[in-house]
Design a protein around this ligand. Structure first.
Ligand SMILES: [Zn+2]
Length: 88
């Protein structure tokens, strides 16, 4: 086999190895991002759970029922104002 042919093959193998390393690094980064997203999702789920628990304590909105967030925010704001008045 000609020397150039062997050199070509070695070069190709080198390229393939580099490609594999690049892909592996990319997979590692994606795995890490996946883990980060899973953690973010857990936090979001927890916040949603807390929000739903909080909504249970707030009287239902007359127009939209017991899951109305604007009503809940307004209600919380009123309670805070009342608390300030009571505290003097
Ligand atoms: Zn409402």
């Amino acid at each position: 086999m000609a020397v150039e042919k062997i050199e070509d093959m070695q070069s190709e193998q080198f390229d393939l190895i580099n490609l594999l390393i690049y892909k592996e690094k990319k997979i590692d980064r994606l795995k890490q991002r996946n883990g980060e997203l899973e953690a973010e999702l857990k936090v979001a789920d927890k916040l949603l759970e807390t929000r739903n628990e909080l909504l249970k304590f707030i009287p239902a909105c007359e127009a939209h029922g017991d899951q109305c967030v604007p009503h809940a925010l307004e209600w919380i704001s009123k309670v805070k104002t009342l608390a300030k008045i009571i505290a003097g």
